[in-house]
Design a protein around this ligand. Structure first.
Ligand SMILES: [Ca+2]
Ligand SMILES: [Ca+2]
Ligand SMILES: [Ca+2]
Ligand SMILES: [Ca+2]
Length: 261
């Protein structure tokens, strides 16, 4: 007689570390504002491993010189705010590497690109703080007097410059092209003989940032009138002796006159 019996056999399969780690994404791209503060969150990377307990090991950034750090759980943070200057470096590219704990030598890598977004952190800069202009006697309305120029390192509206004359143009002789900085005479100046009229125009270059930044420069415009020789006094007196020669008389008169040009 054959007798049978059933029993439950429990077999435990021990896990062997035979799967490599893997980043959830091969590439990560993210944009952050330039000048972001230290320890600001940038992005979270995740490492998977099919073995029991998942990934156990260390994560690092290659190269270490980039201004970012990574935490043991894969969070990338700002390491150095001062290096996040869009005007110097527009984007950073580096790798993250997940290395399993020994004795495993398995590791995984992913590419990370961090793009810096512009902040309005530069003011317009004039090519000089003092410009000189001149209005001549043959002046006509519409003639260019001088052109001012400023540059702004920022991007888009943050770097777009608009020019204006803030002070010194109360009589309305001049107008500035807000886009190119050209200053033009629009109302002729009443020149005065033997006199140089001067106008000090206070010019501003302002960028188009939401919170705009501006810089100023002075434009000195000179308008000289016709110059005619003028005696400084109405009458001049001299003495001539009765018996003096003609040539001596001319000398005496020359010595007694003062002419202004
Ligand atoms: Ca593994
Ligand atoms: Ca900057
Ligand atoms: Ca900027
Ligand atoms: Ca700017």
């Amino acid at each position: 007689m054959i007798t049978t019996a059933n029993t439950v056999v429990s077999v435990t399969i021990e896990d062997v570390n035979d799967n490599p780690p893997k980043f959830e994404q091969d590439e990560y791209t993210v944009s952050i504002l330039e000048n972001s503060p230290q320890d600001q969150f940038v992005l979270q990377t995740r490492v998977t491993d099919l073995d029991l307990g998942g990934f156990v090991g260390t994560i690092r950034i290659i190269p270490d010189s980039v201004p970012f750090s990574i935490s043991p759980d894969g969070i990338i943070l700002v390491k150095s705010s001062v290096d996040l200057d869009r005007e110097t470096t527009v984007s950073f590219s580096f790798q993250v590497e997940a290395q399993e704990s020994p004795p495993s030598t398995d590791k995984a890598t992913a590419d990370v690109t961090i793009v810096l977004l512009d902040e309005n952190d530069n003011s317009p800069q004039f090519t000089t703080s003092n410009y000189e202009g001149k209005v001549f006697s043959n002046q006509t309305a519409g003639m260019q007097v001088v052109k001012v120029e400023a540059a702004d390192l920022d991007e888009g509206p943050n770097g777009e410059i608009h020019y204006s004359i803030e002070f010194g143009n109360e009589k309305g002789h001049f107008v500035i092209n807000e886009n190119n900085g050209e200053i033009t005479l629009v109302k002729e100046i009443d020149l005065v003989d033997n006199t140089i009229l001067e106008f000090a125009l206070y010019v501003t270059a302002k960028d188009g940032g939401a919170i705009s930044r501006s810089t100023s420069a002075i434009v000195n415009v000179k308008a000289p009138g016709e110059s005619h020789p003028q005696f400084l006094r109405d009458t001049y007196q001299g003495q001539v002796e009765e018996d003096q020669a003609d040539a001596d008389i001319v000398k005496v008169l020359t010595a007694r006159t003062e002419i202004s040009l």
